[in-house]
Ligand binder design. Structure first.
Ligand code: APR
Length: 265
C-alpha cells in the first residue's frame, strides 16, 4: 500500500487540476450504509421505492418509509458525522491540491467536514423541496410534522404544494447546474480521485469516462474497498481498502511534502 500511496502523492503533486468523485463508500465509516455492498441499503429496501413514479403515486407512503429508515437507524443521515476521508478531502482543498468534490452522496458530510467546492450530483437529503414553487425547507421540520401526525402528505408552507426530499430519485434528471459543472470539471481535470463508488449508476459514472476520453486523458486514481465496475476501462491506479485509512495516509504524506498551509498555484 505504501508504494501505491507514494505513487498517488506524486501524481497529485504534479497535477494542476485535481477533482474528486465520491460515492456512498466514503460514508460507510460514518455509519451510513452504501447501496450495493452485502448488507447495503438495496439488500433491505426495494430501490423502486426511490423512483419518482412510485413517489408520486403516494408521497405520504414514501415519507413514512424514509422516516422509518431514519428512526430504525438503517439510514440515519442526521446523526452521521464526517469521517477522516471527508476531512482529508477538505484538507486537500485547503492545501490547494484539490479543486472540487463531485459527490453522489446526499448526506452533506463533505460540507460538514469543511469542503467548500462541493457539487451535489444527486441533491441533498437534509432539505425538502416543494414540487410546485421549489421552496426549500429543512427536512427535520417536515419529519417533525409527520411524526406528530400533523400531516399525512407533507405540504409546502408557502404554497401548499407536495414536498419531496431534495435528493434525485431514480427517473429524475440530474440538477442542470450540477451536471454542467461536473462536465466542465471532468474536462478540466488532469487527475481524478474516484472514492467509494461502484460506478454502476449513470450519468455519474460518465464522469471518469469523460475524463479518460479527453486529450490528454486525466489520470484516474480509484480508492475503493472493491474494484468498481469500470476499473478496467478507466482506472490507472487502483488502491483497494478503507477510504478513511487510505485518505489519512494520503493527506499525511501530502502535508509532509507541502507543509501545513501551502496553497499550490
Ligand atoms: N472504503 C472504501 N470503499 C468502500 C467503503 C469504504 N469504507 N465502503 C464501501 N466501499 C465501496 C464499495 O466496495 C463499493 O464499490 O464503495 C462502493 C459503494 O458502491 P454503491 O453502494 O453502488 O454506491 P454508489 O456507487 O455511491 O451508488 C451510486 O446509486 O443507488 C444509487 O443514488 C444512489 O448515489 C447512489 C448511486
Amino acid at each position: 500500500m505504501d508504494e501505491q500511496i507514494e505513487k498517488v502523492v506524486d501524481i497529485l503533486l504534479q497535477a494542476k487540476n485535481v477533482v474528486a468523485l465520491t460515492g456512498a463508500g466514503i460514508s460507510t465509516e460514518s455509519g451510513i450504509p452504501d447501496f450495493r455492498s452485502p448488507g447495503g441499503l438495496w439488500s433491505k429496501v426495494d430501490p423502486g421505492e426511490f423512483s419518482i413514479d412510485r413517489f408520486l403515486q403516494n408521497p405520504g407512503r414514501f415519507w413514512r418509509l424514509s422516516l422509518n429508515l431514519k428512526t430504525s437507524g438503517e439510514f440515519d443521515l442526521a446523526s452521521a458525522e464526517p469521517n477522516p476521508a471527508h476531512f482529508a478531502l477538505a484538507k486537500m482543498e485547503s492545501l490547494g491540491v484539490l479543486k472540487c468534490v463531485i459527490t453522489q452522496n446526499v448526506d452533506n458530510l463533505h460540507q460538514r467536514a469543511g469542503s467548500v467546492e462541493v457539487v451535489e450530483f444527486h441533491g441533498n437529503l437534509l432539505r425538502a423541496v416543494c414540487m410546485k414553487c421549489k421552496a426549500l425547507e429543512p427536512i427535520q421540520n417536515v419529519e417533525d410534522r409527520i411524526a406528530s401526525g400533523q400531516e399525512e402528505t407533507p405540504r409546502c408552507l408557502m404554497c401548499g404544494g407536495i414536498l419531496k426530499p431534495d435528493a434525485i430519485f431514480f427517473g429524475e434528471a440530474i440538477p442542470s447546474r450540477a451536471l454542467m459543472t461536473s462536465q466542465i470539471q471532468s474536462q478540466k481535470c488532469d487527475a481524478l480521485l474516484v472514492i467509494g463508488t461502484s460506478l454502476q449508476v449513470f450519468p455519474a459514472a460518465q464522469i471518469p469516462i469523460a475524463a479518460k476520453m479527453k486529450t490528454p486523458p486525466a489520470t484516474v486514481i480509484e480508492i475503493n474497498r472493491d474494484p468498481s465496475a469500470l476499473h478496467k476501462q478507466v482506472t490507472d491506479v487502483l488502491v483497494i481498502g478503507s477510504a478513511s485509512e487510505i485518505m489519512t495516509s494520503l493527506i499525511e504524506r501530502l502535508e509532509k511534502e507541502l507543509g501545513e498551509t501551502s496553497t499550490l498555484q
